[in-house]
Design a protein around this ligand. Structure first.
Ligand code: AMP
Length: 219
């Protein structure tokens, strides 16, 4: 069972590595950010409740987010493993996750934390573009699509996320510092935490991550 959490500030490279990991290990990608964006696109009650928080860079309240993940992790496709990306982000979320994964006998096996300095995060987020259809990430300078504005993978339109502006990013980085960073000590204590350098090139970093994950899978 390969039960993984990816942690790190926005722009540290979690999403890009997540896409590679789920393709190689064939496990579901549970990105709370993607789930909220999907709900907003579909105009559901959840989407309406989450949109104001997200667009301003604030965290969606814990009870809403925990409920969403609880439902998702209990689904049959998570029996052979799962990749949590963007959850947990607060201590109450991490505590709820611990209880929940015990109840369903799907304990977390590794927490990979992506380290990246603030100026680089700002550079990455302000130039980030994502595909509206498949969510593939791009960057206007360092990860361009072959045809401008068009996704290489599915032909979808590339857009800039509403919360990928400097004002929202400052708020998001603040939430990361104060609410999410304390989780590193929480997972260090439980022996699950591994730090990786988010500045490493995509392919080299993926090689490093696969070494870590292959070891967890062998246990
Ligand atoms: P992300 O795509 O992970 O950067 O998430 C985008 C936005 O969704 C965040 O800035 C939050 O507003 C919201 N969000 C995603 N995951 C969580 C979470 N675990 N707790 C609270 N809010 C979240």
């Amino acid at each position: 069972m390969l039960n993984i959490i990816l942690m790190g500030p926005p722009g540290a490279g979690k999403g890009t590595q997540a896409k590679k990991i789920i393709a190689k290990y064939n496990i579901p990608h549970i990105s709370t950010g993607d789930m909220f964006r999907e709900a907003i696109k579909e105009g559901t009650e959840l989407g309406k409740a989450a949109a104001t928080f997200i667009n301003a860079g604030h965290l969606v309240p814990d009870d809403v987010t925990i409920g969403l993940v609880k439902e998702r992790l209990a689904k049959p496709d998570c029996a052979q493993g799962y990749l949590l990306d963007g959850f947990p982000r607060t201590i109450p979320q991490a505590e709820a996750l611990e209880v929940l994964t015990k109840q369903i006998a799907r304990p977390v096996g590794i927490v990979i934390n992506f380290e990246c300095d603030r100026p680089e995060l700002i550079r990455r987020i302000s130039g980030r573009r994502v595909c509206v259809s498949c969510g593939a990430p791009y960057h206007v300078d360092t990860m361009r699509s072959k045809v401008e504005g068009v996704c290489d993978l599915c032909g979808g339109k590339l857009i800039q996320r509403k919360d990928d502006n400097v004002e929202s990013l400052i708020v998001r980085l603040d939430h990361y510092e104060h609410q999410t960073k304390p989780l590193l000590a929480f997972y260090e204590k439980s022996g699950l935490l591994v730090n990786v350098n988010g500045l490493t090139g995509y392919d080299k970093l993926f090689d490093e991550i696969t070494v870590l994950l292959d070891e967890v899978a062998r246990r």
